[in-house]
Design a protein around this ligand. Structure first.
Ligand SMILES: [Zn+2]
Length: 586
């Protein structure tokens, strides 16, 4: 179905022809055996993972080496939890541990290594501590653990480790998670191909559903994760099925895996999700109802993302990011929903919560701003830099692009066109003001005012489309429509005088009235502007797809791939998600 060459597939670094190795971090014998049964390549054996892992007991190491048949065993040498700046006494103890492990390694059937890390107070690799451990370890290879991520200069630290013969470094690229550190990881993996350079073991929120994308993006040849779940008795145990899922995901992560994103458009009653490839083509779509509470809705949206990510794998795609658009006051820089009344969200760090849930970059923006960005890029406003996109659905909101920049405002409240007071002292709005535009002209406003004027009760009175259909035959419908047009024209006239747009694009359900709306509206806006010409008035070209397209654009931007969206074509991006099936071409 994809006809154009996929530019992004060329840009993705192909990992090695073999699958990445999977290392599981464990702190008990049962965990080692579960990891081995599930097909892991290596374990990192620690004590007390709750503390971040410390040196396991000699009894633990002996038991593990006696029990394993195949998996490599990397033994942690770490005197305590906390920071990685050690006293001479602590280094002495760790050196003794390293000697003991080296002695046990001599009679082992499986490869054994030592995992260690130490930094100076000013954030450099502690070379004297490292040399002490290396000397004690003898021929047993030394991996430098995640202390590396606390180094002040990761690339300088990496060179130092290479100089001291460290064989491997466990890192998330200096970030909290591997996906956040992916750029640095990619650079480190590239350096690791040099002679005698430490291998890069990628860790940090690596999970079954994101490992394939991480491997594809960074070129990592080794991944590290902890696969523990609560036992129900107050401690953590390694979950064999979690390890198995990850091993399978890595085995299935093909070099040909092509990137895709998940786009989610949250409405008042449901959230629509779509898996979108680099052509803007919808491969799959799904929908969930928004929940009874704000927290429940977040959980359902996270589930929607996870389902589509799983579907991507079946289509031979790796999801590289997600974009979510929502109504409300949205701070797009942080992905925080400051306020969304219909969803029960106040100061909700939505991008962060979803990113933690799926282990991928997530961008969040306002639904109308995102739809406006899509119309600006591909729709009725393409080529214009000064544009107002007004979405007229149940309510009314606008996205304002001034000299090519989307206006967000001090409280993320720019573009509240629906609450411009156009009738001083007019009818009460749900927002508490009087005379707001959307009281007179919106899906809800037109239906409510017609019902009030005709005395019609709930369920008997027509919706906005029904009111518009009666305009030629029903004087009450004609009056409600005409008063609504007056209100909308007053709002658009005000906007025109303030921001001087070249074109105003009308989207949303009510805009489907087309010329019946545009004709009388043009007259009114022109009449309201005596000394200047009215801007062009157009209806939206992308219809109800604009939100999804805007969300997909956000997602590719979040993944650092916004260049792929520049070559999108309108017929492809308008493909109806409901009729789309998994791309048979894989
Ligand atoms: Zn209002």
């Amino acid at each position: 179905m994809t006809t154009a060459a996929d530019p992004a597939s060329l840009a993705v670094t192909s990992p090695a022809t073999t699958h990445a190795l999977v290392e599981i971090c464990v702190d008990d014998l049962a965990g080692v055996l579960a990891a081995e049964r599930a097909g892991a390549d290596r374990v990192e054996l620690c004590a007390d993972l709750v503390e971040g892992g410390t040196t396991p007991s000699v009894g633990m190491i002996e038991s593990v080496l006696a029990a394993v048949e195949r998996v490599g065993v990397q033994v942690m040498v770490r005197a305590r939890g906390g920071d990685f700046v050690y006293s001479d006494d602590e280094v002495r103890v760790m050196s003794a541990d390293a000697r003991a492990i080296a002695a046990l390694a001599r009679s082992s059937r499986v490869p054994v290594g030592i995992v260690f890390g130490a930094l100076t107070a000013d954030g450099r690799v502690d070379e004297s501590a490292l040399e002490a451990i290396r000397a004690a370890a003898g021929t047993v290879p030394v991996t430098f653990h995640k202390a590396f991520d606390d180094a002040a200069d990761l690339f300088a630290a990496y060179e130092t480790l290479a100089h001291h013969g460290v064989v491997r470094v466990l890192t998330s690229g200096g970030a909290a998670t591997a996906h956040e550190g992916a750029e640095v990881l990619t650079a480190l993996v590239a350096r690791s191909s040099g002679r005698r350079m430490p291998a890069v073991l990628v860790g940090g929120s690596v999970r079954a559903h994101n490992v394939s994308a991480l491997v594809a993006r960074t070129g990592a040849l080794e991944v590290h994760l902890r696969a523990q779940v609560a036992s129900g008795r107050g401690h953590l145990v390694t979950d064999e099925s979690l390890v198995r899922e990850t091993v399978l995901a890595v085995a299935e992560s093909p070099r040909a895996s092509r990137p895709a994103v998940v786009a989610v458009d949250i409405g008042g009653t449901s959230a629509k999700g779509a898996l979108v490839d680099t052509d803007g083509h919808v491969l799959r779509s799904a929908r969930v109802a928004t929940g009874g509470s704000g927290a429940e809705t977040v959980t359902r949206i996270a589930g929607l993302l996870t389902d589509l990510i799983a579907g991507a794998r079946e289509s031979g795609r790796s999801v590289v990011g997600a974009g979510v658009v929502s109504p409300g006051l949205i701070d797009s820089a942080t992905g925080t929903v400051r306020y969304a009344s219909t969803l029960g969200w106040t100061d909700l760090p939505l991008a962060q919560l979803l990113s933690e849930a799926i282990g991928l970059p997530v961008a969040v923006d306002h639904d109308v701003r995102a739809a406006g960005a899509a119309e600006l890029a591909y729709g009725a406003a393409a080529g214009s830099r000064n544009v107002v996109f007004a979405a007229i659905g149940t309510g009314v909101a606008a996205a304002i692009s001034s000299d090519g920049r989307a206006l967000e405002g001090a409280i993320a409240g720019a573009g509240e066109l629906g609450h411009i007071p156009v009738v001083p002292g007019g009818e009460l709005c749900a927002c508490g003001q009087r005379g707001c535009l959307e009281v007179y002209f919106s899906g809800a406003g037109l239906a409510r005012r017609y019902a009030a004027a005709t005395g019609g009760g709930r369920g008997e009175s027509p919706d906005a489309a029904g009111v518009i259909a009666r305009v030629g035959v029903d004087p009450i419908a004609a009056r409600v429509w005409s008063e609504g047009l007056d209100a909308l024209a007053a709002g658009l006239t005000t906007l025109t005088l303030l921001v001087d747009p070249e074109v105003i694009v009308l989207g949303g359900g009510v805009a489907q009235a087309g010329e019946a709306l545009l004709g009388p509206l043009r007259e009114r806006v022109s009449a309201g502007l005596t000394w200047r010409e009215a801007p062009r008035l157009e209806t939206a070209a992308l219809g109800t797809h604009a939100g999804r397209i805007g969300a997909a654009m956000l997602a590719f931007a979040a993944a650092g791939r916004s260049e792929v969206t520049r070559s999108w074509s309108v017929p492809v991006i308008l493909t109806d998600p409901a009729s789309a099936v998994a791309d048979a071409h894989g």
